[in-house]
Ligand binder design. Structure first.
Ligand code: AMP
Ligand code: MG
Length: 308
């Protein structure tokens, strides 16, 4: 099977050169912003016996090594929680492998290898990490405007700094008003980024914390880009008590044995926390105003294709 991209042509494309420069400034700004707030950067985990189950269908990404089963990291959610046994605030530029179905190539916002800036804060509330995300987002926009003027000009992108606090809408409200396509519709209509909060259990993974006084609903959130660019980040408060985690795994019709390593650690105690993960390529795509995410990296992994 032929590799789909002519790399010589692709790497000469102005869109790639501009977007990769913008991505570089984004990473630098994120790291600096978080270090200044006392976060510790932890190294990424690439394979592990436990990884994010995800709430949508993908191929598995399994590796066998001396008869032990590993998964390629889909997100570092569990490792973030465990790292808080050592530190109060952590972040990671975490490569994620999500073997997305080929049809996802059409969305313009899916790759099967991408990077999340993933962060987690011990004892934090959802509100606190939402404030942090807003502040970081604005810092990044300002920095890109300052450092990437020629690139933004070439891309014909004019960036406006949004006002804070970003607007919020609950999942229930959004779903009742717009139905299944709520995210696309709201994102297309929006002029500024906004939050969707309080997702139902059936929509999300087992690790987002369920409200004690509102059964079936979660203390979580998504940030959505305007102009139809869709989801920017997902996050929330986490389940951290062993019994509750086991119950949520069972509620999701999964086998707790699959999470043995993680559950053994949770049994001995995990701290309460909140955090989020933001896709760097999607953020770059939004900032650059590109409809196809493939331009944001020199080596895009396009769902369903054979890519170098
Ligand atoms: P999730 O844990 O699925 O909410 O993913 C966290 C963030 O990673 C999302 O909000 C996106 O910004 C980004 N992301 C998720 N899946 C992909 C993908 N297939 N390609 C690129 N970015 C992604
Ligand atoms: Mg998400």
């Amino acid at each position: 099977m032929l590799q789909v991209i002519d790399l010589h042509e692709f790497l000469k494309d102005e869109r790639v050169r501009c977007a990769v420069k913008v991505g570089s400034i984004i990473r630098y700004t994120m790291a600096e912003f978080l270090q200044n707030k006392g976060f510790i950067e932890i190294p990424p985990v690439i394979i592990s016996p436990v990884t994010d189950p995800l709430a949508h269908p993908i191929f598995n990404g399994e590796i066998s090594y001396y008869d032990n089963k590993y998964y390629l990291t889909r997100s570092m959610i569990f490792h973030k929680q465990m790292a808080l046994l050592a530190f109060d605030k952590i972040f990671c530029f975490s490569p994620n492998i999500r073997l997305e179905l080929a049809e996802k190539a059409r969305t313009g916002r899916h790759l099967f290898e991408f990077t999340q800036l993933d962060l987690e804060v011990k004892g934090a509330s959802r509100e606190e990490v939402m404030q942090l995300a807003e502040e970081m987002f604005i810092e990044i926009l300002k920095r890109v405007k300052e450092c990437c003027k020629p690139e933004l000009e070439k891309l014909g992108r004019e960036l406006k700094i949004p006002s804070r606090p970003f607007k919020r809408i609950s999942f229930e409200e959004a779903y009742n008003e717009y139905g299944k396509e709520y995210e696309e519709i709201l994102s297309s209509e929006a002029k500024e980024p906004f939050w969707i909060i309080d997702f139902p259990k059936w929509k999300r993974e087992f690790y987002d914390r369920e409200f004690e006084d509102r059964e079936g609903w979660l203390a979580d959130m998504d940030l959505i880009y305007p102009e139809g660019f869709g989801e920017a980040l997902s996050g929330g408060e986490r389940e951290y008590k062993y019994e509750r985690i086991v119950k949520r795994i069972q509620d999701s019709k999964m086998d707790p044995k699959e999470y043995f390593f993680y559950l053994e650690i949770a049994k001995r105690g995990l701290p309460p926390s909140a955090g989020f993960g933001i896709g760097i390529e999607r953020l770059t795509r939004y900032i650059c105003g590109l409809r196809d995410i493939k331009y944001t990296t020199p080596f895009p992994k396009i769902p369903g294709k054979y890519c170098i």
